[in-house]
Ligand binder design. Structure first.
Ligand code: FAS
Ligand code: PHB
Length: 393
């Protein structure tokens, strides 16, 4: 059964960081949108994903009027630590760049954005999957909600539906160029009720594999271990996870990690992926719908925000000044930052992880590069300026 059609200016598929922030910024500029989200609200507010916000992403949250809780509860960081060969090397991010990063979980970002959206009174449909996309001069999105099929009539479609969503899939393959690198490992991530053993993030390169110490609050740790891409989570008892984290994150001064109940664990495959271009007629791709980065560079969420920055500016110029240039150049502008982030995430991943097919020479090259980077101001600066986020927009 089909209800009557809904009319808006921008139809947004997906209520992740990209879709929600785009809707919020458009609303602030008087541009109407409708958001449809396949999952339930509790599901997307509890999904444990990204944790680190770049300098400019935090400013975007403030400019969009939703930065207050982040500024209250987020953990501002001015450095990160690279750990290898039993020693720790601090990269003084703020001293080198004048910018800082903030640890604020993606689920908190999403909660803040959903609350802002609901306060506008404009539509945000949960459990409402898009089932068909008509990318024509009169774009339509067909979706299912409460057992009925509905249609959105809009001027433009924002495909913010992530890596597995229908937006990119709706584009004919011959109209796209795909760039992809699938890594021969994944990350086993845990969220634990235990105080972080370090005030700053620790990226560890160890013969047994990469490990990352992050956090969500002074009482909640977020930790990751490099693992096989097809790792069976059932093979990893809590004790085995903690033991392996202790081994890989140890340095001469450190003590074993404080342990606590593991609240969530999961395995994420690592890939680099870009679909070009990011615009097809009236459909614009944003965030994971267009690109994926290995989380080593902490770029995924931040790239989604950067795409929003470019497209929201373009829509505002179109609707307020009838200017089409921003829409025409969206893909090229967004892709410049996408490729810079892809390079950094690929480079950090290649530098810090163990590769079974590495020769002894290549393993030495990794060690020598880490030694150079952490003993050179130029080396530390290149890490720092990419990590806090490049000013490309
Ligand atoms: P999202 O995937 O967040 O959102 C897309 C939304 O579209 C989803 O809510 C989905 O339900 C919805 N959708 C899909 N199909 C639909 C349909 N047919 N109709 C309607 N809605 C539909 N990044 C980091 O920086 N650090 C990390 O540590 C990190 N860890 C991650 C762990 C996992 C398991 C995953 C999957 C990703 C991780 N990421 C990480 C990357 C992640 O944070 C993304 O970059 C970020 O969520 C991108 O935001 P969106 O582009 O909005 O996509
Ligand atoms: C996280 O806190 O989840 C996190 C932080 C930095 C990364 C990846 C994940 O590079």
């Amino acid at each position: 059964m089909t209800d009557s059609a809904l009319r808006t200016q921008v139809g947004i598929i997906g209520a992740g960081p990209a879709g929600l922030l785009l809707a919020q910024i458009l609303h602030l500029h008087g541009i109407d949108s409708i958001i449809i989200e396949a999952q339930s609200r509790p599901h997307i507010e509890s999904r444990v994903r990204a944790g680190l916000m770049e300098h400019d992403s935090c400013q975007q949250m403030r400019d969009a009027g939703i930065g207050a809780r982040m500024d209250r509860e987020g953990l501002v960081h001015e450095g990160i630590i690279l750990r290898f060969a039993g020693h720790s090397h601090r990269i003084p991010l703020t001293e080198l760049t004048g910018r800082r990063v903030t640890v604020y979980g993606q689920q908190e970002v999403v909660k803040d954005l959903i609350a802002a959206r609901l306060a506008t009174g404009r539509p945000l449909f949960f459990e409402a999957p898009a089932i068909a996309i008509e990318n024509t001069d009169t774009p339509k999105i067909h979706f299912r909600h409460n057992g009925t099929e509905k249609t959105i009539l809009c001027d433009f479609i924002a495909g913010c539906d992530g890596f597995h969503g229908p937006s990119r899939a709706s584009i004919p393959a011959h109209r796209m160029k795909i760039f992809e690198r699938v890594y021969p490992f994944g990350w086993l991530g845990i969220l634990a009720e235990s105080p972080p053993a370090s005030h700053e993030l620790v990226y560890a390169s160890h013969p047994g594999g990469f490990a990352l110490l992050s956090m969500r609050s002074p009482r909640i740790s977020r930790l990751y271990l490099q693992c096989a891409p097809d790792e069976n989570l059932a093979d990893w008892s809590d004790a085995r996870i903690w033991d392996e984290l202790d081994t890989r994150l140890a340095d001469r001064e450190s003590t074993p990690l404080p342990r606590g109940p593991i609240l969530q664990k999961g395995i994420t495959p690592l890939r680099s992926f870009v679909a070009e271009p990011m615009r097809h007629h009236r459909l614009f791709l944003l965030g994971d719908a267009a690109h994926i980065v290995p989380p080593t560079g902490a770029k995924g969420l931040n790239l989604a925000f950067a795409d929003v920055h470019v497209l929201a500016r373009a829509f505002t110029a179109w609707y307020q000044d009838n200017e089409a240039d921003g829409l025409e150049t969206y893909s090229a502008t967004a892709l410049r930052r996408v490729w810079q982030a892809e390079r950094f995430a690929w480079w950090m991943t290649t530098l810090m992880h163990r590769f079974d097919n590495h020769s002894p020479f290549e393993a030495r090259m990794q060690e020598a590069e880490l030694d150079y980077l952490t003993s050179s101001k130029a080396g530390m600066t290149t890490i720092a300026e990419n990590y806090v986020g490049l000013r490309l927009l």
